[in-house]
Design a protein around this ligand. Structure first.
Ligand code: ATP
Ligand code: MG
Length: 401
């Protein structure tokens, strides 16, 4: 019935036609049973990556050693993982071991939470050995098996429990939550990059307020980059009362309150990309300007347009008293900007030098261009060659008097 599964059915059928088993598994099954929209459909199969390669034209190896490939089929991607009993993680304190097994139930047993440990077969029948359906009804996140053992195997699951509670609004079951409280520090063993993925998803969750509270209550924020040196910073997270979209927005939020820890510090400690660094710096700059002057053409002009939505979210959180109507105002200013880049100013650096042949080249050119740019953007000066020239002529270049 669900279109994403419907579309994926031929993939299951082809695998099964060749004598292997195949099931839909993981987050898509969970979300479909909850009634949420699904995008990525993951498949678990008794077929090995080699088998899969012979069955489909486009197969991308993504983690052969863990038995994972991606099938490209009719414009969609499907992650297919061979049944296995335990996943190996490089940064795990036990040696990697990936044991392939023949049974879907054993594969489900290695999964983290009961809501994530269900499988759906071709006929829409749900395999649910750990009572994931009941957990959905009870709105609870419960480890498969003994939570302490499962967290010891892979401490990232501690973080995942809280991230799922943020996305789904479910509570964390008593024993699972006690294990988080007891052994949160196992998170120290986990690579920053893996924590970052879950951290970002946590702050995108609809129920992030309760998740932030859970981090705070259990103290696990003390094992996150940056917060481990500055645990008090996490208190600001309580002010994030609706989802932020990515790390650039998150960083800017914290830097706004506590500029002593800079964007560069954040990016370095969380090992984030240059793109995020660039975006975070642009947000921080725009927020500074907003604090000084509110919304104006110069602010909007200097902020890359792809950040408008994030900026609106940030202003809503950081300036609750001065944010009414700002989203529409931003859109309208953006639409009416006279220029979008300095190169569009009708009078260029070359023109300036022509106008003042006796003045040696120097920083005055750049400075003058910036003043021109500001005047044109703020509409104090039309972007018209003659008008700008007139304005420039009234100006005294260095060394002219
Ligand atoms: P999302 O909707 O965010 O993708 P998801 O549940 O699909 O959530 P993934 O990280 O994509 O999460 O993992 C897919 C499935 O693999 C999970 O539903 C779970 O069954 C299993 N899984 C993922 N990570 C772990 C882990 N660290 N330990 C055990 N099982 C895991
Ligand atoms: Mg997934």
């Amino acid at each position: 019935q669900i279109p994403a599964f419907q579309q994926a059915l031929p993939v299951l059928e082809r695998i099964e036609k060749h004598g292997f088993q195949a099931f839909f598994v993981g987050g898509s099954v969970r979300d479909a049973l909850i009634g949420k929209d699904i995008v990525d459909v993951d498949i678990a199969s008794s077929a090995t990556p080699q088998d899969i390669k012979t069955l489909f034209k486009k197969v991308i190896p993504v983690g052969i050693e863990h038995g994972t490939v991606i099938i490209r089929y009719e414009g969609q991607s499907y992650e297919v993982t061979t049944f296995r009993s335990e996943s190996g993680y490089e940064d795990h304190r036990h040696p990697d071991k990936v044991e392939f097994v023949t049974d879907i139930e054993l594969d489900l047993a290695r999964r983290d939470f009961t809501i994530n440990a269900m499988a759906l077969n071709r006929d829409g029948r749900v395999m649910d050995p750990f009572e994931g359906l009941q957990a959905i009804k009870d709105k609870k996140i419960q480890a498969v098996g003994d939570p302490l053992e499962r967290f010891e195997e892979d401490p990232l699951r501690i973080m995942r429990a809280i991230r799922f509670s943020s996305q789904l609004g479910f509570h964390i079951e008593k024993n699972t939550s006690a294990a988080i409280l007891k052994q949160g520090e196992w998170l120290k063993e986990i690579a920053v990059e893996r924590i970052a993925v879950e951290f970002e998803k946590l702050f995108r969750g609809e129920y992030l307020i309760q998740a932030v509270e859970a981090c705070k209550q259990s103290g696990i924020h003390r094992f996150f980059p940056v917060f481990k040196q500055y645990p008090f910073l996490f208190d600001y997270a309580k002010g994030i009362t609706y989802p932020l979209d990515d790390f650039a927005e998150l960083i800017s939020f914290f830097v706004f309150y506590h500029p002593e820890v800079t964007v560069d510090d954040w990016v370095k400690q969380w090992k984030l990309s240059r793109r995020l660094k660039y975006n975070a710096k642009a947000y921080v700059e725009a927020l500074e300007q907003y604090k000084l002057r509110g919304l104006d053409e110069w602010l909007v002009y200097n902020m890359p347009p792809h950040l408008d939505k994030g900026f609106i979210r940030l202003v809503g959180l950081l300036f609750p008293d001065m944010s009414s109507g700002y989203a529409n105002k931003l859109t309208s200013i953006r639409k009416n900007l006279v220029i979008t880049d300095r190169s569009e100013i009708e009078l260029s650096a070359a023109h300036l030098m022509e106008m003042f042949p006796d003045v040696p080249k120097g920083p005055w050119i750049g400075e003058l261009l910036v003043s021109l740019e500001k005047k044109v953007v703020s509409m104090e000066l039309a972007n018209d060659y003659n008008e700008i020239k007139e304005w420039v002529q009234a100006w005294n270049p260095p060394g002219k008097d």
